[in-house]
Write a protein that binds this ligand. Structure first.
Ligand SMILES: Cc1cc2nc3c(=O)[nH]c(=O)nc-3n(C[C@H](O)[C@H](O)[C@H](O)COP(=O)(O)OP(=O)(O)OC[C@H]3O[C@@H](n4cnc5c(N)ncnc54)[C@H](O)[C@@H]3O)c2cc1C
Length: 401
């Protein structure tokens, strides 16, 4: 019997399994896909991931493309441009990034099963994970890190199904454009198009070393024809000269992402949920890679205590939820607040007010960018916003006269 079985080898599962295997525990990591595999994603990383996981900084086998400029449009109108001397963040390709994490966990001694999990059974002594090929794996504990459509969350009843109002549907395509076009034309710039075509969401353009990643997403509950909006969006980007005219949006990928904060309960008997399976995504921007890795790390730490003391009680496992809340609960709450105000209820006038303040007040502009990227602790961002907002507001009112 394994100590821990982990469903899903994305950032959440790979992070947890690496830590557990390095501590000498027997880990079975199960993923339905063959690595290296792609995952529909923008591949944007804010700076905090490199602070929290310093091994991502150096000697990595994936390319990190630094982003220095941030350009924000409201609908189709440019509202905010900011250039920094040091990187605001990095972009990566998920195929390379996830494979790097995957290989590290294999090096640590994880046993890998390239199989789809189709069911689970929890007994008083172990958890049994049933695979597609009729085989099963027994372990003392299970981490459900199997993404937004988590079978573990479903079978444990922790999340029978996402309410369409809690997930966003995103369409993305990563185009190969070559190094020269990136350095000579697109540059180290990210573009955001808030409420493009009046959708409840946004579009982005993320340059990478040789690729450009273009995507558009909105709340699933209100989506009408996202495919059409995506084609219009790509067309608009071409006409604006942001991306080359010959890029073909066909062959795009679509995926869901939880966008309204974590599930109310992320543990059950012998089971923890991590990453997207638990809803750990920053609601305002959709950033999830960092929170997947952090929750994978916390899950591993809690399980180490459980395994060392041979105690798998609810009390021990409930610590996981408490620790996640302590670590990034503030971000989840703050992101939902911002999302409510500026995306969910589409308060365009509020957004315009905010942009006008950013145009006239440099400090306010940096704070708004921080609301997207979370490059500083949320408590600090909130406090600074509270202090700056009245000053920036007065400045923008005076300017409008
Ligand atoms: C279009 C799009 C753009 C995004 N852009 C960004 C971004 O720029 N930056 C950012 O930080 N976040 C972004 N996100 C969010 C980010 O992709 C996720 O939050 C992150 O991948 C979560 O990691 P995870 O390990 O929880 O799940 P995943 O990365 O989804 O990994 C889950 C793994 O589980 C496996 N799996 C699923 N079901 C089973 C099963 N039944 N049996 C076995 N294996 C299974 C899958 O094959 C997969 O490998 C984006 C999401 C989308 C959809």
């Amino acid at each position: 019997m394994y100590d821990v079985a982990i469903a899903g080898a994305g950032p959440a599962g790979a992070t947890a399994s690496k830590i557990l295997a390095e501590k000498g525990f027997q880990v079975a990591l199960i993923d339905k896909q063959k690595f290296p595999r792609d995952k529909p994603c923008g591949g944007g990383l804010s700076l905090k991931i490199f602070e929290r996981f310093p091994y991502l900084k150096k000697n990595t086998t994936f390319d990190k493309f630094p982003i220095f400029d941030f350009v924000l449009f409201l609908e189709k109108e440019e509202k905010l441009t900011h250039e920094e001397k040091s990187p605001l963040g990095f972009t990566i390709r998920r195929e390379e990034f996830d494979n790097y994490l995957f290989l590290r966990t294999k090096d640590a001694g994880t046993v890998y099963f390239e199989k789809r999990v189709k069911d689970i059974r929890i007994t008083s002594d172990f958890v049994e994970v049933f695979l597609r090929d009729q085989n099963s794996i027994k372990a003392k504990m299970l981490i459900g890190a199997d993404g937004v459509n988590s079978i573990v969350a479903n079978k444990t009843g922790l999340n029978p199904k996402w309410n369409p109002d809690r997930v966003a549907l995103l369409i993305v395509k990563e185009f190969f454009v070559g190094k020269d076009l990136i350095s000579n034309s697109i540059g180290p710039k990210t573009f955001f198009y808030w409420l493009f075509n009046k959708i409840r969401g946004y579009g982005w353009v993320f340059p990478k070393k040789e690729h450009v990643n273009v995507g558009l997403g909105e709340m699933l509950s209100t989506t009408r024809n996202l495919k059409r909006s995506f084609f219009e969006y790509v067309d608009f980007l071409k006409k604006s000269g942001i991306i080359p005219k010959d890029l073909d949006p066909r062959g795009y990928k679509a995926a869901l992402v939880p966008i309204r904060g974590p599930l109310s309960k992320v543990y059950a008997d012998r089971v923890l949920l991590a990453g997207d399976a638990a809803g750990f995504v920053y609601p305002f921007s959709g950033e999830g890679i960092y929170f997947a890795m952090v929750s994978g790390e916390i899950a591993a730490d809690v399980l180490i205590t459980a395994l060392e003391t041979d105690n798998f009680s609810e009390k021990i496992l409930s610590r996981y939820q408490k620790l996640c809340k302590k670590d990034f609960g503030e971000e989840m709450k703050f992101g939902k607040l911002l999302q409510d105000r500026y995306t969910y209820y589409q308060k365009i006038n509020d957004f315009k007010k905010l942009m006008n303040m950013a145009i006239i007040d440099e400090k306010m502009k940096k704070l708004i960018i921080d609301c997207f990227l979370l490059n500083h602790p949320t408590k600090k961002i909130k406090k600074d916003l509270f202090l700056r907002y009245p000053i920036a507001r007065i400045k923008s009112i005076i300017r409008s006269f």
